[in-house]
Design a protein around this ligand. Structure first.
Ligand code: NAD
Length: 438
């Protein structure tokens, strides 16, 4: 039984948010935070800002706002920095990304224009569709990782931030399997010095963050911090980590619908998902190697939610296909189609069709905000290593090696809220409810 952290340090002073990758998601997040703190917009989609949490018995009618229940940093205390392979400031990038309206962007133009990226660590071998110019030079990956640590410490000093959090919002890297050099920290550091190809840029950022004691979350499906070497480092430095791959559009819907079908024991023959997407993320994912990283991340969810081994007659051998097509006219406004072939009583077939006209970065921005605030909370509460209670936010949740990831959105939410109750010494809610009838 894990003991409840004795005390949560208060969120005093500024909280610095560092994002490797300052593209559509990052700039939508930053612009949104600024509009919200000026009172010109509402934080729709953010659990930390709009969510409530029930405490005690239903008869007690206690449901405070989450932000009043746990000590979270205030939006006014957030300061921003990051890296990109292009030198554009956050305003220019946001204009090009075309997510937010000109009207919204003009209101925060001076603020966004003041946020300029630092030079990135980048290598085209890991993101083939991009070619940046705004890059660090270094004699080895080790040297580049040291430069990133210097950036972090410089940002800490110049921004006046008391605490920092890093969220990877960079492009999806090519598919990589865990390598023997990822197994322990000594091998990993040796590989950095030897410039080994098993270490992509995202791992350098994660390594630098952990070395500097900065919590790290991975918004993309890359391995990044999901390797034993970096998890050991997180334990050693007492830093929380989370990942991978923000759970937004189609996969969010999948993890809402699939638990519902399963709860009614409705069978599944197949689930075909396709998307059109025209932003830079879509362009990167047009490369088969980057797409494979995303595909692996997207395919896992049904297998874990439906548990075909436990329900062979309902879910043994269903087909699951996921496609993403790069289609520039749509920009960030992704359109997803799902065709779901299901069957019911006596095996009679039925179909479900979902056409989701979503906005990728609009769905992702509140997740970035929640992860920043919850990772900072986790660190102040003394939690370290993988934060499974943050699975709620990810398509491919990280978990201990002996476990399978929990993908069901409703179980994930219960886990998250129970973790908050546990942190504050409140009773966990099991929904048993027998006490009302005794
Ligand atoms: N928007 C969503 O709904 C969503 C959901 C899940 C995951 N993601 C992931 O989040 C990431 C960001 O998405 P986006 O729409 O903002 O993409 P984007 O292409 O607009 O932004 C990514 C930025 O990262 C930069 N970059 C790439 N490699 C870098 C490196 N090594 N160092 C620093 N910067 C680097 C690129 O230049 C680009 O500006 C992508 O990996 C995407 O797959 C997004």
């Amino acid at each position: 039984m894990i003991r409840r952290p004795a005390k949560i340090a208060p969120p005093k002073g500024k909280l610095g948010v560092l994002t490797p990758g300052m593209g559509a998601v990052t700039t939508t997040f930053i612009a949104g935070v600024e509009l919200i703190r000026r009172g010109q917009a509402a934080p729709i989609g953010s659990l930390t800002q709009m969510g409530t949490i029930r405490l005690g018995k239903r008869t007690e009618h206690r449901s405070p706002a989450i932000k009043d229940f746990v000590p979270l940093a205030k939006l006014d205390d957030l300061v921003f920095g990051g890296w990109d392979i292009f030198p554009d400031d956050a305003y220019q990038t946001a204009r090009k990304a075309g997510v937010l309206s000109a009207e919204h962007l003009e209101r925060v133009k001076p603020f966004l224009s003041s946020i300029r990226p630092m030079k990135a660590v980048f290598d085209r071998r890991y993101v083939r569709r991009l070619d940046g110019t705004y890059l660090k030079r270094g004699s080895s990956k080790w040297d580049l990782a040291q430069q990133l640590q210097e950036d972090i410490e410089k940002f800490r000093a110049t921004s006046g931030a008391k605490r920092l959090v890093m969220i990877w919002c960079g492009s999806t890297e090519v598919y990589m399997k865990p390598h023997r050099l990822h197994r322990d920290l000594a091998s990993f550091e040796k590989a950095l010095k030897q410039n080994h190809e098993a270490i992509p840029p995202s791992m350098l950022y994660a390594y630098a963050a952990l070395r500097c004691g900065v919590p790290f979350a991975n918004g993309a499906p890359n391995l990044t911090v999901d390797i034993p070497a970096l998890q050991d480092l997180a334990q050693e430095k007492r830093v929380p980590v989370a990942g991978k791959d923000f759970k937004t559009g189609q996969t969010l819907m999948k993890t809402i619908i699939a638990p519902g079908l399963k709860s009614r024991l409705i069978g599944l023959h197949g689930w075909f998902s396709t998307n059109i997407l025209g932003n830079r993320d879509g362009e990167v994912l047009d490369d088969p190697e980057s797409f494979k990283t995303k595909e692996e991340s997207k395919l896992g969810v049904l297998e874990y939610i439906l548990q075909p081994k436990l329900y062979p007659e309902l879910y043994g051998g269903f087909s699951h296909v996921v496609r993403i097509n790069y289609y520039p006219p749509r920009g960030d406004n992704k359109e997803g189609w799902d065709n779901i072939d299901i069957f019911g009583w006596l095996r009679y077939p039925m179909q479900l069709k979902i056409n989701f006209l979503c906005r990728d970065s609009i769905l992702a921005a509140p997740l970035v905000l929640d992860l920043v605030l919850f990772l900072d909370l986790a660190q102040r509460a003394g939690l370290r290593g993988i934060q499974e209670w943050l699975s709620f936010y990810f398509k491919s949740p990280m978990c201990a090696p002996a476990l399978y990831p929990e993908h069901d959105l409703f179980i994930q939410l219960m886990k998250l809220k129970n973790t908050l109750r546990w942190l504050r010494g409140e009773r966990l809610i099991t929904h048993l409810g027998t006490e009302y009838y005794d």
